[in-house]
Ligand binder design. Structure first.
Ligand SMILES: Nc1ncnc2c1ncn2[C@@H]1O[C@H](COP(=O)(O)OP(=O)(O)OP(=O)(O)O)[C@@H](O)[C@H]1O
Ligand SMILES: [Mg+2]
Length: 402
């Protein structure tokens, strides 16, 4: 299967929708690079908004070569000197001019990566070529010095209309049957992330080249499951009340469902009797409040309920558990949960690929895995080598075969 996000990678700047201001700044930086004080541009903004795509589109248009360097390579200063360092210093008369792209620098944020950021700054200072960096969140104080050396270019979350245009183009190319309204619904749900929207479109139409209202609703349910599982992680796996308190902030599930989810999964996570007793004490108090609200409409109790089931439960444990359990929904959501489990296997495999090939997990997931899976199915030799190299388990092998 060819992912649409690869097939429809923007080739020229007019293919990039809804980022006119950012594109203009970026182009200006690349064209007038020699006259710029700061020799880097830092493209920042949420995932799937066209940061990486814009760099490739502009380079393509201006006939520039891209030298892509992995942010993680900067951890090892020697490696970087041999690759980007040399390229950056060389003013070649014979070769195409180039752009140096360091994608996803915010992968470097731990203390051990401070040297890596330092190495990037050094590269920026001596580069004879424009350096473009991308990041989702460049505001960590560790990036302060890098920010000062860079032209900051903001990519906004895409509005629903831009995403609709992107999706519409793909539907027309692929002859996907659809109602405009449903496609608009899909665009609205993507929260400004074009990649997510395109991937959703592909998943939903994989079986019969048609986007239906029903499949869109099912997707919505699936996303709801994801968001509540994230909420549970925030509560169960932390002892920081601040983190826990925000757990249900973006969860659509109503209070009753929240209580059910916690009830169902609490004993999976809290295996010490005392922790469990403490936590159930909070949960039952929350339940009492919730019945009072229903009976007497005492809505101000809602605040207490939220505190009890988030910070209250988070602090009911003596310390964080080391084990890794998977949370499960109740009843009707079970089917959707299974779909999610499959994607967890995918994540596990992507992680292994990332490690072996020295890329980010995200890149492995988006770029490498889809092809590996095809090769895995088709080529016996590849399959055997791959299993050995990646040290795959039974379940992972099963997943790849499907
Ligand atoms: N503004 C856009 N116009 C057209 N297509 C887009 C746009 N933004 C994203 N896409 C589509 O989504 C895919 C992913 O976009 P891209 O790799 O540029 O995102 P990104 O901003 O670099 O995200 P991340 O921070 O996750 O790396 C592209 O291949 C393209 O198909
Ligand atoms: Mg990117």
């Amino acid at each position: 299967m060819h992912p649409y996000t690869k097939k429809y990678i923007p080739e020229k700047s007019s293919d990039i929708i809804g980022q006119d201001a950012a594109l203009k700044e970026l182009k200006d930086f690349v064209i007038n690079f020699k006259r710029k004080k700061n020799k880097a541009a830092l493209l920042y903004g949420p995932s799937g908004t066209g940061k990486t795509g814009s760099v490739y589109a502009i380079a393509n248009e201006l006939g520039l070569e891209i030298l892509e360097v992995n942010a993680s390579d900067f951890r090892n200063a020697e490696q970087i000197d041999s690759r980007a360092g040399m390229a950056a210093g060389q003013q070649s008369l014979f070769f195409k001019s180039k752009i140096i792209l360091v994608d996803e620098v915010d992968g470097l944020s731990g203390t051990q990566d401070r040297g890596g950021i330092q190495a990037i700054i050094k590269l920026v200072e001596k580069s004879a070529f424009p350096i473009i960096l991308t990041a989702m969140n460049p505001w960590d104080h560790k990036f302060a010095a890098l920010r000062r050396k860079s032209n900051m270019v903001e990519f906004q979350p895409l509005d629903a209309n831009s995403i609709f245009r992107i999706l519409k183009k793909i539907c027309d190319e692929e002859k996907i049957k659809h109602e405009e309204e449903v496609l608009k619904g899909l665009a609205r749900r993507s929260a400004g992330d074009a990649r997510a929207a395109i991937n959703d479109l592909q998943t939903l139409t994989i079986e019969k080249n048609e986007l239906t209202k029903e499949s869109l609703e099912e997707l919505h349910e699936r996303n709801k499951v994801d968001s509540i599982i994230n909420a549970l992680i925030k509560i169960f796996r932390t002892t920081d009340p601040k983190i826990a308190l925000s757990a249900f902030e973006n969860v659509e599930e109503n209070l009753d469902e929240q209580l059910l989810w916690i009830d169902e999964n609490l004993p999976r996570e809290y295996t010490k009797a005392e922790d469990l007793a403490n936590a159930y004490d909070k949960l039952s108090k929350a339940d009492v409040f919730s019945r009072r609200i229903r009976r007497w409409q005492h809505y101000r109790f809602l605040v207490y309920i939220n505190e009890l089931i988030t910070a209250g439960i988070a602090l009911s444990k003596e310390k964080k558990y080391e084990h890794h359990v998977q949370y499960k929904p109740t009843g009707k959501l079970l089917k959707l949960w299974w779909a999610k489990q499959k994607s967890m296997k995918k994540m596990a495999i992507a992680e292994k690929i990332a490690e072996k090939t020295h890329t980010s997990k995200k890149k492995a997931l988006q770029n490498t895995l889809p092809y590996m899976q095809v090769a895995f199915k088709k080529n016996k030799e590849f399959r055997e080598n791959f299993i050995r190299e990646m040290d795959l388990g039974e379940e992972e092998i099963e997943w790849l075969k499907k």
